[in-house]
Design a binder for this molecule. Sequence first.
Ligand SMILES: Cc1cc2nc3c(=O)[nH]c(=O)nc-3n(C[C@H](O)[C@H](O)[C@H](O)COP(=O)(O)OP(=O)(O)OC[C@H]3O[C@@H](n4cnc5c(N)ncnc54)[C@H](O)[C@@H]3O)c2cc1C
Ligand code: FES
Length: 259
Amino acid sequence: MKRKENAQITEQTELAPGIWSLKLRTDMASEAVPGQFIGIYPKDGSRLLMRPISICDADPETGVLRVVYRAGGAGTKEISSYKSGEDIDILGVLGNGYDTEAVKGRKVILLGGGIGIPPMLYGCRVLKKHGIECEAVLGYADSNMFLKDDFEAVCGTHIATMDGSFGTKGTVIDALNEQGVKGDVIFACGPMPMLRAIKSYAADKGLEAYISLEERMACGVGACLGCVTKTVNTDHHTHVKNSRICVEGPVFKAEDVEI
Ligand SMILES: Cc1cc2nc3c(=O)[nH]c(=O)nc-3n(C[C@H](O)[C@H](O)[C@H](O)COP(=O)(O)OP(=O)(O)OC[C@H]3O[C@@H](n4cnc5c(N)ncnc54)[C@H](O)[C@@H]3O)c2cc1C
Ligand code: FES
């Protein structure tokens, strides 16, 4: 159920330059599905809109939900200044995540690029919990490799860096090919050029692929139509070939969206 909640910050740490890990105590931790996201509200009234951030991890037992985000613009920079013990308003749980039940009996390759890496960690944890085989391929710009140790503790992990300072030089697809990673289904999140390349890679190899579109959002709850993406089929809500990323997505079957 979507709701606004005042959550307590239990930890805020900088993992790499400009990349922050924020842990919150919230009831939403028991409802979160991999690929879903929360909206975090800056406290400065001049920044009204929530910032959509993917769930990186959630523990129903402790009630702690983790997000990892880049402090790039004014809102996320403000959020990175909050300290443990402070309160923060969040909206959640939002969106439609990866269907981890539907991939039972198959091997999943998790592909994360840049700030698309965090949601793959929760995906990996939930797949493992359900006994589903998976491996992760993570793509970074350089050797500032946030969350690498967290992945290595849960699943086989392969690395690509654009500058070649670690792992395969190039993209996650270069690493897939060079490091011989094989699987049946792809779960991916990352920048749009990476998602386009994955869509075409999956089509070439006959793999099923699910991609998360982290595009600009405003309301986050389906009301403003500010986040629509073109779809192959007619959407049941809009009755045109469009879907709202914040409600029907952010995770879509790659072949169902025109990106
Ligand atoms: C479903 C989803 C999940 C995301 N998960 C993550 C994540 O796990 N980690 C992470 O670092 N980033 C994530 N993003 C991107 C993140 O939401 C933006 O980087 C952030 O909102 C930008 O806010 P700002 O205050 O830094 O910039 P500002 O320039 O101050 O933002 C201005 C406005 O534009 C919106 N906006 C700007 N860029 C984006 C964007 N790329 N996506 C959505 N809204 C945007 C902001 O929400 C805000 O309303 C996600 C985006 C979406 C849609
Ligand atoms: S952000 Fe308003 S409909 Fe998606």
